[in-house]
Every structure is written in C-alpha cells, then in structure tokens.
Design a protein around this ligand. Structure first.
Ligand code: CAA
Length: 288
C-alpha cells in the first residue's frame, strides 16, 4: 500500500502528543478520529487543537478556512473500535508505559481494517515488541513526533524487525505530506533522539543534585553557550519529569549500562508529584 491510499486516520490517546498529531493530520487534509477513553481529556484536546489553530490564524500561518476545514475533519470519540474501524493509518499516542502500549496494540489489531498501518508515537519502547502483539508485524512502525507537534519539523520513523519497505515508504511519504522532515532509525532503545537527549537532561539533574550550579544557571549555560532554545531543565519540565524518568528506565534496563541510571533527584521529584509544567511545578514554578 502506498501513502496515496492513506486518507482516513485515527489517533489513539488525546494527550499533548495525540492532540498535536491529530492537529497536523487534520490540517494536511486527512480525516482524523481522535480516540480517548476519558471524555474530559477528549474535550480538553478538542479545545487545545482549536486554540492552537487559532494561534496559527492569528500569526498568518494559515487562513480561517484552513482552520475550519481542519476542525471539520476531526471526529473525537471515546470508542476505540469505532474510531479505528475504517482507518488506513492508526497512530497510537497513549501513555509511555510498555504494558499499556502492548495492550492497546493488541486491541488496535483486533479492530482496525486488515490493510491498516499501526504506528506508535513511542519515544523509547520497542516497536518490535509492539508489533509482536499483532497479527500484522509487517505493518507496524514507529512514528515519533516532537512537542509542540505543529511546530517541530522532525519525525523519527522507526523500523521494527519485521517492518516492510512498503510500510516504511507509506509513512515516510505521509510525514513529508505533513510538512515534516522524516529521519529513518532502527529499533534500539530511545532510538536516536532520546538516546542523546535523555543522558543530557539526566546529567543536568545530577548537576542540580550535586550543587554544581543553580537550575537557572545550568539552563543559561546551555542556552547561551550551546544555543539551545530551552535549557535542559526547562525542557525536562516541558516534556514531563515522569516521561523523562520512564525513558531513562527503558535506556537503563534495555541497554544495561549504568551511564543511563536515572538521577535519584529526578526519581524523588517524580515520587513527590513535581512533574514539571503539567503539575505547575518541576525545576521551575509555572502559573497556569
Ligand atoms: N501549536 C501551534 N503553534 C505553536 C505552538 C502550538 N502548540 N506552540 C508554539 N507555536 C508557535 C508560535 O505561535 C510561534 O509561531 P511564529 O513563529 O509564527 O511566531 C512559534 O511556535 C514559536 O513559539 P513562541 O514564540 O511562543 O515561543 P518560542 O519562540 O519560545 O518557541 C518553542 C517555543 C517552539 C517550544 C521553543 O522554545 C523550542 O523549540 N523549544 C524546544 C522544544 C523541544 O526541544 N521539543 C522536543 C521535546 S522532546 C519530545 O517532544 C519528544 C520526546 O520523545 C521526549
């Protein structure tokens, strides 16, 4: 199947990443069923997409008709079976937990049409392991977007052990059609992005724990000295400290090297519920 035949899509999980992915698919002209079991999350996602589209209209990036057509293509539903029933492509964006994702993949395999590609937005979990939950491992692939999805141009496209060239090419072409720059990577823990990013964030947390410098100053070093748009601690707060910890656990467990061991301070903050921007407090305070 080639991506010209991808027209109907479903995004499963309507959190930050899921609603961003639904936003870019709908804006590029694809029909999107946005699935979340939690009605409050679904309502919040729909209004986030509307306000992010409004922001693009205000900045003259798109016009009001583009926004209205994108919103018309979006169908929120709390029913997974209904959402994926006629999808050519399903993008899974549920929480970054292996058991949860594996259960969701088995469910998607039962309800999506036989020809559908099942993609995961996972940032570190094995695509081959998710594919093994299905009867169609050749049509399972990683499609890893970056937050904020409407702004960030990268998509890491991750080939599982049994992903076919046809699946890869369909997803690669779709990513380009969304205005993204796809990069092909193999299925190893953390892929490329988080294999490099998370050790940097973890090291910044060690610098806080060991009192090397204040959090603001650590971020200033990386912003002004390395031209990063956000310092590593602000970025960790933006991603969510729980997500950073989950990814580090995968790197540490699956690669087995202690250089990936999560910093105890990161673990302590997650245990205390200081998860970053989404809880109003991480390395820095946030006003909603
Ligand atoms: N939807 C639509 N547009 C948005 C947006 C959204 N959610 N968020 C920001 N924008 C737009 C703004 O309107 C603005 O548009 P113009 O250029 O047209 O003016 C532009 O993006 C820049 O935004 P701001 O002016 O508000 O703020 P900024 O210049 O400080 O940029 C940022 C904000 C883009 C987030 C920038 O700080 C940045 O690039 N930070 C790094 C982000 C990053 O590293 N993300 C990856 C995280 S890792 C990940 O996602 C994956 C993982 O596996 C953990």
């Amino acid at each position: 199947m080639d991506s010209l035949s991808i027209q109907r899509t479903a995004v499963v999980g309507a959190g930050t990443m899921g609603n961003g992915i639904a936003h870019v698919l709908a804006l590029a002209g694809y029909d999107v069923a946005l699935v979340d079991l939690n009605g409050d999350v679904l309502d919040a996602a729909t209004s986030t997409i509307a306000s992010n589209l409004d922001r693009q209209v205000d900045k003259d990036r798109i016009d009001a008709d583009d926004r209205d057509r994108a919103l018309d293509r979006l169908r929120p539903t709390p029913d997974t079976a209904d959402g994926v029933a006629d999808a050519d492509l399903v993008v899974e964006a549920v929480s970054e937990t292996q058991d949860v994702k594996q259960t969701v993949f088995a469910e998607l395999d039962r309800h999506a049409p036989d020809h559908a590609i099942l993609a995961s937005n996972t940032s570190s979990i094995s695509i081959t392991g998710l594919a093994a939950q299905t009867e169609r491992p050749e049509q399972v692939i990683g499609m890893h977007f970056f937050n904020p999805v409407p702004v960030m141009r990268l998509v890491e496209i991750v080939r599982g052990q049994r992903t076919t060239d046809a699946t890869f090419e369909a997803v690669d072409e779709l990513a380009r059609d969304l205005g993204k720059e796809p990069v092909e990577v193999e299925d190893y823990p953390g892929f490329v992005s988080n294999r490099i990013l998370m050790p940097m964030i973890n090291e910044a947390v060690f610098c806080v724990m060991e009192g090397v410098a204040e959090p603001e100053d650590i971020d200033t070093v990386m912003k002004l000295g390395m031209n990063h748009p956000m310092g590593p601690l602000t970025l960790a707060d933006f991603i969510g400290l729980d997500v950073c910890l989950d990814i580090l656990e995968v790197l540490h467990g699956d690669l087995g090297d202690d250089k990936y061991r999560p910093c105890p301070l990161l673990r302590r903050m997650v245990t205390a519920g200081q998860l970053g921007r989404k809880t109003g407090e991480g390395f820095f305070p946030y006003d909603e």
